[in-house]
Design a protein around this ligand. Structure first.
Ligand SMILES: Cc1cc2nc3c(=O)[nH]c(=O)nc-3n(C[C@H](O)[C@H](O)[C@H](O)COP(=O)(O)O)c2cc1C
Length: 330
């Protein structure tokens, strides 16, 4: 099977990662993904209350022992501005989490801590320069985050990023992220040199996703041109649906915000302030009975037309993948 290097490395059945999604990923989605034989991941920042992360990790470890062909992993934002990073890494290591995805900073500590007990670490990368740093720190693979991905999308198309990573780091598996919703999408990036895919936006429109109905409906009803980038939420460009509230908030930081974000004296604290504020704004938009509409999503909304269980989403991708592979062979 194509992608066997990835499935063997991560000890899963099928080369899909259910991508970590702030405020969206939850226990029900993770269990559905594990049950379906894929790698199900979540951002540790979804579990900010004392003790919550530890409880979930114990639940997932126990679930994995029950005849499950998939696995689970965490996403750590390894930036200094993430106040919970050190604490969360410690909890993950204590619970021997099998898989990590790092984003937005140096993965050094995570790689060292994870490798000490045999866990694997893939790093989110959007260009060769950052990939080189992760490679020199001995990461196990890359998540190539391309244009149009949900969240902190990269500036480069997957058709360039994936083959470029493959050419520069032929010994590391590459997982393509951004715009994938189908078996055809998976096969297309495998032809480019990826071992598998990381899928986020498609899973927001799932029965299990922990967000309100208007957000799920917006995923189904939006089109690719409704997705815009803003630096207002985290300081880093992030994709959102261009709702009236998003238009009101704006897309770029003002002069003052840029100065504070770049000055060595204020950088760390100001970024933390922006991110905490951004989190609060997003959080208000995912809760039930709320009328706020700041919704993060990628360009793949164009291709999503149903809200169905995670198991069905994965089954559809697997079926279409096999069909497309047969068509290609024929
Ligand atoms: C709502 C949402 C929240 C996200 N939150 C995170 C996050 O907390 N950490 C992270 O590394 N990536 C995050 N991402 C990015 C995803 O992990 C993944 O790279 C992306 O969704 C893949 O592109 P796709 O949405 O087109 O499938 C998020 C994406 C979405 C849509």
């Amino acid at each position: 099977m194509l992608g066997k290097n990835l499935t063997d490395l991560l000890k899963i059945d099928f080369p899909i990662i259910m991508a970590p999604m702030f405020l969206v990923s939850n226990e029900a989605m993770l269990k559905a993904g594990m049950q379906a034989g894929i790698m199900a991941t979540f951002p540790t920042l979804n579990y900010r209350k004392e003790g919550e992360l530890n409880i979930l990790l114990k639940t997932l470890a126990a679930y994995k022992t029950q005849n499950i062909t998939g696995s689970y992993g965490v996403n750590l934002i390894v930036q200094k501005s993430n106040p919970l990073y050190v604490k969360h890494l410690k909890t993950c290591v204590e619970n021997k989490v099998p898989f990590y995805i790092t984003s937005l900073g140096s993965p050094k500590e995570v790689i060292e801590a994870a490798h000490a007990y045999g866990a694997k670490v893939f790093c989110d990368v959007t260009n060769i320069e950052h990939a080189q740093k992760c490679y020199s720190l001995n990461c196990d693979g890359f998540i190539a985050v391309g244009q149009g991905a949900g969240g902190h999308a990269g500036p480069n198309p997957l058709q360039v990023l994936v083959p470029a990573l493959k050419a520069n780091f032929p010994d590391k598996p590459i997982v393509a992220a951004g715009g994938i919703t189908s078996g055809a999408g998976l096969l297309s990036v495998q032809i480019l040199g990826a071992a598998g895919v990381s899928i986020g936006t498609r899973f927001i429109a799932s029965i299990e996703a922990g967000v309100n109905q208007p957000y799920k409906d917006a995923i189904v009803n939006s089109h690719m041109d409704d997705i815009v980038m803003t630096t207002k939420l985290s300081g880093t460009p992030c994709t959102i649906i261009n709702t009236p509230q998003a238009q009101k908030m704006g897309y770029t930081q003002n002069w003052f915000e840029r100065v504070m974000s770049n000055s060595p004296q204020t950088k760390k604290w100001f970024k933390m302030f922006i991110q905490v504020n951004g989190m609060k704004k997003l959080e208000q938009s995912v809760l039930p009975n709320n009328y706020k509409t700041l919704w993060c999503a990628g360009k793949s909304v164009e291709l999503i037309d149903s809200i169905i269980p995670c198991a069905d989403i994965i089954a559809q991708i697997k079926t279409e993948y096999k069909q497309k592979l047969e068509e290609l062979k024929a």
